[in-house]
Design a protein around this ligand. Structure first.
Ligand SMILES: [Cu+2]
Length: 180
């Protein structure tokens, strides 16, 4: 029963991913999804995708698909828990607060640049993600904000996909530590 449900869930997620990708390309007004996931026993937690490229003005919807854990989507910013700024200087930071299983949170990103975010309870498990906001085909004028590691744990730093990989692929699905 559980296996069947998982299989269904996996297939449904893949389908949603495909739909979201198409939506991003064709109908940018629809929100794009980043899911929070976890292994059955909670040893591993992650965002899917872990890297995402979007146009300015895109709404991102975070969805907690992990039945066993609460998660947050929190921008790295001094205004939130005094963390290093890893979003564009003119961008407004956000914090979803804890999302229970099934709950969602949306944020609209208008300022071009690189946005790094993390899950508060699971940053030390490498649960981070990176969103690149820009126009397709536009020459990149922004800088990768990851000039210094700040107070980020190594496992989090290792999990951010490179900006060029996100731009090339549109979305990066690799798990933590597998970024190229
Ligand atoms: Cu989490």
């Amino acid at each position: 029963m559980i296996m069947d449900r998982r299989t269904l869930l996996t297939r449904g997620t893949a389908l949603l991913g495909a739909v979201c990708l198409r939506s991003r390309q064709a109908i940018s007004a629809l929100p794009l999804m980043i899911e929070m996931k976890g292994s059955p026993r909670g040893e591993a937690v992650w965002f899917v995708p872990v890297g995402l490229a979007v146009s300015p003005g895109t709404t991102i919807r975070f969805v907690n698909r992990d039945p066993g854990n609460s998660h947050t989507a929190t921008a790295y910013h001094p205004d939130i828990l005094d963390r290093p700024r890893r979003i564009p200087a003119r961008a407004t930071p956000w914090d979803s607060d804890l999302l229970l299983p099934g709950e969602t949170f949306e944020v609209t990103l208008s300022v071009p640049g690189v946005y790094d975010l993390y899950c508060q309870p699971h940053e030390h498990a490498g649960m981070v993600a990176r969103i690149v906001v820009g126009r397709p085909g536009q020459e990149l004028g922004w800088q990768d904000p990851t000039a210094g590691p700040g107070d980020l744990p190594e496992v989090a730093l290792a999990a951010f996909p490179p900006v060029h990989a996100i731009l090339e692929q549109g979305s990066v699905m690799q798990g933590r530590g597998e970024a190229t």
